[in-house]
Design a protein around this ligand. Structure first.
Ligand SMILES: Nc1ncnc2c1ncn2[C@@H]1O[C@H](COP(=O)(O)OP(=O)(O)OP(=O)(O)O)[C@@H](O)[C@H]1O
Length: 792
C-alpha cells in the first residue's frame, strides 16, 4: 500500500524538478535565473559591439592577463560567441527573456501553467527568426547565427530560394495564427492600439527607430570597419526598445481580451433598445391581431361572377381567314398605288379591330405614309381605320382595321381574368381588352384622376359602369366609398341600392346620388374639408399618404381616441361634367381643381365624364391635373385633340371602342360591356346584405347663406346626452361632432345639435370650417365648475 502511495507522488516530481524545491530555494534559484538572464542580455547586446576586439581572446579564457571588452568579460564573450555566433544569432536574445520569465515564475512561486507554452513558442520564434535573418541577411552571419546560415544553406539546396521564402512565410502565418491568434479584424484592432502606444512613446521621447537602422549599422561594422564606435553609441541606445518589444511574449494575452469584451457588450445593448420602442402596438397586434376594417360587415359577400352575362362571347375571338386575307390584299394594293412597297406584314386580331403591322421597303419615308393616312383610309373603305406611324417602340407601321363582326368584351371575362383577380392594386379597374386581346387593368389610385369624354351613345355610361363594377368586385364596403354626381338623374340611379354600403353623402341630404347642382357645390366643398381633415390626420401620424396611414392604423400604431380612424378611398364620379360647368361655372371648377391637385395622397380620386370635350369645359387647369384620359368616339379631330392631345378618337368605331392615355402612349382598348340589368343584379345582391346604419357621412359644409346658426339654447332644452358629450369633448380636447357621434353612438343631426348647445354653453368655440372647434374648458374639474355655476 505504502509503495502505491509513493508512486504518484514521485511522478510529478520527475516532470517538474522545481516542485522539489522549497519555497526558499525557489526564491534563490528564481533570483539566480533572473540575474543570469540580465547578465546574458547585456552580454549578448554588448557582444555586437565588441566581438571583433574580443574574438582573439576566445581561446585565452584561462589567461588572467587578458581582459575582454564584453560587459561580462571573457565569460560574456565566450557564451555570446557560442550562443549568438555559433547558435541562433540576434534572436537568441529572446532566450534571455525566457530565462528571466522562468526565474520570475520561481521567484514569485507562480502557477507554471503557460510557461511551457512560452518556451515552446519562444524557441520556435528563435529558430524562425534565425532562419529568416539567415535568408534575408546571409552576408551577415552574425544576425542569423550559424544555425540560421547553415539551415538556409541546407534548405536552399533542396527547395531553392523561392521554396525557403515560402516556407518562411508559412512559418510566419503559423506563428501569427497560433501564437497571436491572428485574424484580419484583430490585426486592424492591434495596429490601432499599437499605433497609439507608439505615438505616446514618441511623445515621451523614446522614439523606437526602425530595427533596420541598427541591423544595417552592424552589417557595416562586420566587414573590416575602422569607425564603428560613433555609430555604436547611438545604435546601442536604439537597440534596447525593439529588443524589449520582441521579448514581450505576454503581449498576445493583452491583445485578445479587450476585443472580445467590446463585441459582446455592443450586441446586447442594441437588442434591448430596439425591442422596447415598438412594444405597445406590437402587444396590441399580438393580443387582438391587426385592425380589420372589414370586421363591422364581417359577413359581407362579394358579388359572384354569375351575376354577369357572357354576352355571347364564350369562345373568345373568332378569326375569319377570308376577311384577314381580303384586308391584307387591300392594304398591299392601296399602298402600291402610292408606290409604297411592303417588305413584311403581320396581323394581330383584337376583339373589335385587327392591327396590321407593316414593315415598308427600305427607303420608304414614314412621313409619306403618315401624310397618306386619309387616302389609305378611303381606299380601304372602312370606318374606324387608324394609322400609327410608327408604332412606338417597334420599327413598324400599324394600320388598325375594324373587324366585320366585332366581339363583345364582356365584363364577366375581364373580371374573371387572372390579371384582374390577382391584381395587387389599391383601386384596380378592368377597362376591357387591348388590341392584342389582353385584359387591361389599371390602378385608379395611380392615375390618380380620370377624364372621360366621348360623343353621345359611344359608350361613356357603360365605361363608368365598368369602372364602378370593377371596384365593387374587388373592394370591401369599408375600403372604398363613392360620391356619385349625376345631373342626368338616370344614369347612376341603380347605385342607390348600395347607399349604405358604398356611397358617401352630405349629412343632411336624403339622396346619396347627387342630381341637384347646388348640392354638387356643397358636396365638392365638403370633400375639400374632408381632404383637409385627412391631411391633418396624415400630418399627426407622420405619414405621407393614405396607404401608409392605413397600414399604420391597421398595425394599431394610431390611437382611435386621438381622432384616428381607418380611411376608406373616396371615388368621386361626375357624369355630364359639361352640364355642371355650364350651370355652376367657377363654383365647381375651383373645388374640383383643388381636389385634383391635392387629393391624390389622401385617397380621393376623381372620375369626370363629359359629352362635350370643348376647351371651356375641359379647361387648362382641369387638363393639367387629369393626366389619365379616356376618349370614346368623338365627332371632330379638335375634340380628339382636346381630350388626348392627339388625334385618333374621331376615327374610332364607337360602341365602347376607346383610346386610353396616361401621359405618353395611346392604347386602343375595347371597353368591357356591362348592361343595366347586370348592374341592377349586382347592386341588388349587395343591397340585400347587412349594411352600415347610414351612408358614409362627409363633413358638413355650411355655405355662406346659412352660416348663422342660432345658439340661444335654453338650459332646460338641452339634449339628455349633453353632459356626456361635454365630458367626451373636454377629455379629448377636440370639438368635433363626429367624435360625439362615435363615442356616444348618436346620429349626425343629434350630435350637431349637441355641438351647438356646447357652443352656447361656452364649452366649445365657434365653427371653424375644416378644423375641429376649439375646446374652451381645460379639464373635467373646470367643466364641473362651469356647469354647477350655470344651474339655477
Ligand atoms: N363596351 C361596349 N361594348 C359593346 N357595346 C357597347 C359598349 N359600350 C356601349 N355600347 C353600346 O352603345 C350604347 C350606348 O352606350 P352608352 O349608353 O354608354 O353611351 P353614352 O356615351 O353614355 O351615351 P350618352 O352620353 O347619351 O349617355 C349601349 O347601349 C351599347 O349598346
Amino acid at each position: 500500500m505504502a509503495k502505491k502511495v509513493r508512486k504518484p507522488k514521485s511522478t510529478p516530481n520527475k516532470k517538474g524538478f522545481s516542485l522539489k524545491l522549497s519555497q526558499q530555494n525557489k526564491i534563490i534559484f528564481g533570483g539566480l535565473l533572473m540575474l543570469l538572464s540580465i547578465a546574458l542580455f547585456f552580454s549578448f547586446v554588448s557582444f555586437y559591439f565588441t566581438w571583433q576586439d574580443d574574438q582573439s581572446l576566445l581561446s585565452e579564457f584561462a589567461n588572467r592577463n587578458e581582459q575582454a571588452r564584453n560587459l561580462l568579460n571573457k565569460f560574456g564573450a565566450n557564451v555570446s560567441h557560442f550562443v549568438l555566433y555559433k547558435g541562433f544569432g540576434i534572436s537568441s536574445i529572446i532566450f534571455t527573456f525566457l530565462l528571466f520569465t522562468t526565474g520570475l515564475y520561481m521567484f514569485l512561486s507562480m502557477q507554471k501553467q503557460g510557461l511551457l507554452r512560452k518556451w515552446i513558442w519562444g524557441l520556435v520564434f528563435i529558430i524562425w527568426f534565425s532562419i529568416a535573418l539567415g535568408f534575408f541577411a546571409s552576408a551577415k552571419p552574425l544576425l542569423g547565427g550559424m544555425v540560421g546560415y547553415e539551415m538556409n544553406d541546407f534548405l536552399q539546396d533542396y527547395a531553392g530560394k523561392v521554396g525557403v521564402f515560402l516556407l518562411l512565410l508559412f512559418g510566419l502565418i503559423v506563428i501569427l495564427v497560433r501564437l497571436f491568434q491572428f485574424s484580419p479584424d484583430k490585426a486592424v484592432a492591434y495596429i490601432n492600439t499599437k499605433g497609439k502606444s507608439l505615438a505616446s512613446e514618441f511623445k515621451n521621447g523614446k522614439a523606437p527607430i526602425a530595427d533596420n537602422d541598427r541591423e544595417n549599422d552592424i552589417l557595416y561594422t562586420e566587414e573590416k570597419v575602422e569607425t564603428p564606435i560613433v555609430i555604436d553609441t547611438y545604435t546601442h541606445k536604439k537597440d534596447i526598445p525593439p529588443l524589449e518589444k520582441e521579448g514581450e511574449d505576454e503581449e498576445f494575452e493583452v491583445k485578445v481580451g479587450p476585443v472580445e469584451e467590446t463585441i459582446s457588450m455592443e450586441v446586447e445593448k442594441i437588442k434591448v433598445e430596439q425591442e422596447e420602442s415598438d412594444n405597445i402596438s406590437d402587444k396590441l397586434v399580438e393580443d387582438f391581431g391587426e385592425f380589420d376594417p372589414t370586421l363591422e360587415l364581417g359577413n359581407y359577400k362579394f358579388p359572384p361572377l354569375d351575376l354577369l352575362d357572357q354576352h355571347g362571347a364564350t369562345g373568345g375571338i373568332t378569326i375569319n381567314q377570308e376577311e384577314l386575307e381580303e384586308n391584307k390584299n387591300k392594304i398591299v394594293e392601296t399602298l402600291k398605288n402610292y408606290k409604297i412597297g411592303i417588305a413584311q406584314i403581320k396581323a394581330t386580331i383584337g376583339p373589335t379591330v385587327t392591327l396590321y403591322e407593316i414593315v415598308p421597303d427600305a427607303g420608304v419615308r414614314i412621313s409619306k405614309i403618315k401624310n397618306l393616312e386619309d387616302d389609305i383610309a378611303l381606299s380601304l373603305a372602312a370606318l374606324g381605320i387608324r394609322i400609327i406611324a410608327p408604332i412606338p417602340g417597334k420599327g413598324t407601321i400599324g394600320i388598325e382595321v375594324p373587324n366585320k363582326n366585332a366581339t363583345i368584351v364582356s365584363m364577366r371575362s375581364v373580371i374573371a381574368s387572372s390579371k384582374f383577380q390577382k391584381a395587387e392594386m389599391q383601386l384596380p379597374i378592368a377597362f376591357g381588352k387591348t388590341i392584342s386581346n389582353e385584359t387591361f387593368v389599371v390602378d385608379l389610385a395611380k392615375m390618380p384622376h380620370l377624364l372621360m369624354a366621348g360623343a353621345t351613345g359611344q359608350g361613356k355610361s357603360v365605361g363608368l359602369n365598368a369602372v364602378l363594377t370593377s371596384l365593387l368586385y374587388k373592394k370591401h364596403p369599408a375600403e372604398v366609398k363613392f360620391v356619385l354626381i349625376d345631373p342626368k338623374k338616370v344614369e347612376l340611379t341603380l347605385f342607390n341600392k348600395i347607399e349604405r354600403h358604398y356611397l358617401a353623402k352630405l349629412p343632411d341630404s336624403e339622396e346619396a346620388i347627387i342630381t341637384d347642382n347646388n348640392k354638387v357645390i356643397n358636396t365638392l366643398n365638403s370633400l375639400c374639408i374632408e381632404m383637409d381633415n385627412r391631411y391633418e390626420l396624415l400630418k399627426v401620424a407622420m405619414v405621407r399618404n393614405i396607404k401608409e396611414y392605413n397600414a399604420k392604423f391597421k398595425a394599431r400604431k394610431l390611437n382611435p381616441n386621438d381622432g384616428h380612424m381607418f380611411l376608406p378611398y373616396i371615388v368621386l364620379v361626375i357624369d355630364e361634367f359639361a352640364d355642371l360647368i355650364m350651370t355652376a361655372g367657377k363654383e365647381v371648377e375651383t373645388p374640383i381643381a383643388r381636389l385634383a391637385q391635392l387629393a391624390r395622397a389622401i385617397g380621393i380620386h376623381l372620375i369626370i365624364a363629359t359629352q362635350r370635350p370643348s376647351v371651356n369645359v375641359i379647361t387648362g387647369i382641369i387638363k393639367a391635373n387629369f393626366p389619365a384620359r379616356i376618349a370614346f368616339r368623338v365627332t371632330s379631330k379638335i375634340d380628339s385633340r382636346t381630350i388626348l392631345d392627339a388625334q385618333g378618337a374621331d376615327q374610332l368605331i364607337g360602341r365602347g371602342d376607346m383610346l386610353f392615355t396616361q401621359g405618353n402612349d395611346v392604347t386602343r382598348i375595347q371597353c368591357a360591356f356591362v348592361d343595366t340589368p347586370e348592374v341592377a343584379k349586382i347592386t341588388e345582391f349587395i343591397g340585400s346584405q347587412r349594411a352600415y346604419p347610414d351612408a358614409h357621412l362627409l363633413p358638413e359644409y355650411v355655405g355662406n347663406d346659412d352660416s348663422g346658426t342660432s345658439i340661444d339654447y335654453n338650459i332646460s332644452d338641452r339634449d339628455a346626452m349633453f353632459r356626456d358629450a361635454a365630458e367626451v369633448i373636454v377629455i379629448a380636447q377636440q370639438g368635433s361632432a363626429s367624435l360625439i357621434q362615435r363615442k356616444l353612438k348618436l346620429g349626425y343631426n343629434r350630435a350637431g345639435r349637441i355641438i351647438d348647445q356646447l357652443e352656447a354653453a361656452g364649452i366649445v368655440g365657434p365653427f371653424e370650417g375644416s378644423k375641429a372647434r376649439q375646446v374652451l374648458v381645460a379639464d373635467i374639474y373646470a367643466l364641473d365648475q362651469l356647469l354647477s355655476n350655470e344651474s339655477p
